[in-house]
Design a protein around this ligand. Structure first.
Ligand code: B12
Ligand code: SF4
Length: 463
């Protein structure tokens, strides 16, 4: 039995455009979901993973599979349906799972043979057996997996074309920020994989650099942090010689021992959601956590950097409190905090989130022709109606923010600081150039997006 596991592309996502900006080579990440699914697949299946981010293959020329499994974030849903239609026309059954299939079951069910919701560990072998017997059910519910059942991913299946390997050590997040799907999808309980499993899996990764995909690698409570320390000790002891980056909450900065252990274990960069320069903004999206203990963000960022760890900060444009000028304000705040990189996104109501409920009930979803419009749900387009910012206005804010933070003079200043602080100017240069390159790609995409918006409006007026 031959199985294809497919990660669909979205040409509007700039970070996978390697030809247009070669720095993106460092930002095309492996689809870990499919590597885990492959690991859950019995050995008598011949499994191939197709990552369309590396190029769309000629499916016609490939041997016909017996089953196709597709994963999709919401932004990939359109392409997922195109791929599904291609194989279904050939009479090959298609199963779709992942975050979009879980949040939009009815839409997906109309376009594939079978939908798998939630985490797949407990249910995937059953799906395969049913497919083998030709009795696939319309829907399977995976729910939340027992974290001990997460197998080491099949790192051998995608072993070329990526600068980074990928691994997951925890699932779930208790914070439930209004715009984020993680708490709904992976649950509020923070589940940690056994440390021995993590170390064993790390050893299977061939790449020297690794993305730890956890939404919050260290967790929020005392016992979470204790486990993170234990894991970092074990990774350091195993002498894996990997350099890795991960996502954490700002409390990472509060514990010198934690920082030292992370650095010793190979941590070279962290991604932190600051979300808004204003306390009112954090309250609006339900991220009070960042406000605890009257934190000084600049000091927190410095403490992390002192351990040779780069800090990438994420902010959102489009909150109800955001007024014209927010772009410059974010750039200035990021500069004051001393961030190495800044990643700014538009507030986007993703299906299944509290924000989605709120904006739907207020009639504020601007791009609502689904499934076509899902391709704009990349967080890089203003898809909702923002309180004080028009679509054009919000794009202008984004441009002014990026222009300011990624001006050559600011980049050179950051390089200089990074040289003096932790002797890593090269990593800093690559990441800054990658963001700068994507800013230029995004500007082109905004022009097409504005054209799309105006043609939609004229269609609405005519009808
Ligand atoms: C790593 C990551 C990325 C990587 C992607 C790597 C890759 N190629 O997959 C990068 C950084 C590139 C990325 C980009 C984006 N991401 Co992202 N990302 C994540 C993150 C943190 C982890 C995903 C992961 O690897 N998990 C580990 C695997 C093992 O779990 P899993 O993917 O859930 O897979 C399990 C199940 O879902 C299921 N499953 C999955 N697929 C399939 C398929 C079949 C057939 C079956 C049966 C089962 C199944 O089985 C798996 C095992 O249990 C998630 C958060 C999260 N917790 O999921 C956000 C998340 C998926 N990202 C999100 C978003 C919004 C984006 C972006 C649109 C915007 C952005 N800038 O962040 C872009 C879009 C990229 C695109 N191509 O369109 C949202 C998606 C919400 C949604 N409704 O779409 C999430 C949920 C975070 C959030 N804030 O809500 N992301
Ligand atoms: S944004 Fe981060 S902290 Fe907030 S719910 Fe999502 S994963 Fe948790």
């Amino acid at each position: 039995m031959r199985l294809y596991l497919i990660n669909p592309s979205n040409s509007l996502v700039s970070i996978v455009k390697v030809r247009e900006s070669r720095w993106n080579h460092y930002r095309v990440w492996k689809p870990l979901s499919l590597m885990v699914l492959a690991a859950l697949t019995p050995p008598d299946w011949d499994v191939s993973i197709v990552d369309e981010n590396l190029g769309v293959p000629d499916y016609q020329a490939m041997p016909q599979p017996d089953l196709v499994g597709i994963t999709a974030f919401t932004s990939q849903a359109n392409r997922a349906y195109e791929v599904a239609a291609h194989f279904r026309n050939l009479g090959i059954p298609v199963v779709m799972g992942g975050i979009h299939a879980t949040m939009c079951i009815d839409e997906v069910m109309e376009r594939v043979d079978s939908v798998v919701t939630g985490e797949a560990e407990s249910i995937w072998p059953q799906v395969l057996e049913d497919a083998r017997q030709g009795r696939l059910r319309k829907c399977y519910e995976g729910g939340l997996a027992d974290i001990n059942d997460v197998p080491p991913a099949r790192h051998d299946l995608l072993d070329a074309g990526y600068a980074f390997g990928a691994i997951q050590t925890t699932r779930g997040c208790p914070l439930n920020c209004s715009f984020c799907s993680v708490t709904t999808f992976n649950g509020a309980r923070y589940r940690q994989r056994p440390i021995a499993d993590v170390v064993r899996e790390f050893k299977l990764i061939r790449e020297k650099r690794v993305l730890v995909v956890d939404d919050n690698l260290i967790g929020t409570r005392h016992e979470h942090i204790a486990r993170a320390k234990e894991m970092f000790r074990a990774i350091a002891k195993a002498k894996l010689r990997k350099q890795w980056i991960g996502q954490v909450t700002i409390n990472f900065a509060d514990d010198e021992e934690l920082l030292a252990l992370a650095a010793k274990a190979g941590c070279r960069g962290v991604f932190i959601g600051f979300e808004s320069p204003e306390p009112e903004g954090l309250l609006e999206i339900g991220k009070k956590f960042n406000l605890l203990n009257g934190r000084n963000f600049r000091d927190s960022v410095r403490r992390i950097q002192r351990h040779g760890i780069l800090v990438v900060g994420s902010f959102i444009i489009g909150l109800d409190i955001d007024k014209p000028g927010i772009g410059k304000r974010i750039a200035e705040t990021a500069h004051q905090y001393g961030l190495d990189n800044l990643n700014v996104l538009f507030l986007t109501p993703l299906p299944g989130t509290r924000l989605w409920e709120q904006m739907t009930s207020q009639g504020r979803i601007a791009l609502d022709t689904f499934p076509e419009d899902w391709k704009y749900y990349t967080l890089t387009f203003p898809v909702a109606q923002y309180k004080h910012l028009s679509p054009d206005g919000s794009i202008e804010e984004m441009i002014s923010c990026d222009k300011d933070f990624y001006s050559m003079s600011r980049i050179l200043r950051r390089l200089w600081c990074s040289f003096w602080r932790y002797r890593k100017p090269l990593v800093n240069l690559v990441s800054n150039l990658s963001y700068k390159g994507n800013f230029q790609l995004n500007c082109k995409a905004y022009i097409d997006f504005k054209y799309y918006l105006s043609s939609r409006h004229s269609c609405v007026k005519q009808s």
